[in-house]
Ligand binder design. Structure first.
Ligand SMILES: [Zn+2]
Length: 49
């Protein structure tokens, strides 16, 4: 058994796990981009007063 260290899902083979983990790295990358976007939107939306 191989367990995903991101979401604890179990996989019968390493290959399946590796395939699955790819999804998480994509999500992580997207999250980073989203966070950056959110950050800039937040800063723009906040007025100093
Ligand atoms: Zn996972």
């Amino acid at each position: 058994m191989h367990q995903c260290y991101y979401c604890d899902q179990l996989f019968g083979s390493k290959e399946e796990l590796y395939d699955h983990v790819e999804v998480h790295s994509d999500i992580e990358r997207n999250k980073e981009i989203m966070d950056r976007k959110k950050e800039s939107t937040k800063n723009r939306g906040q007025s100093p007063d």
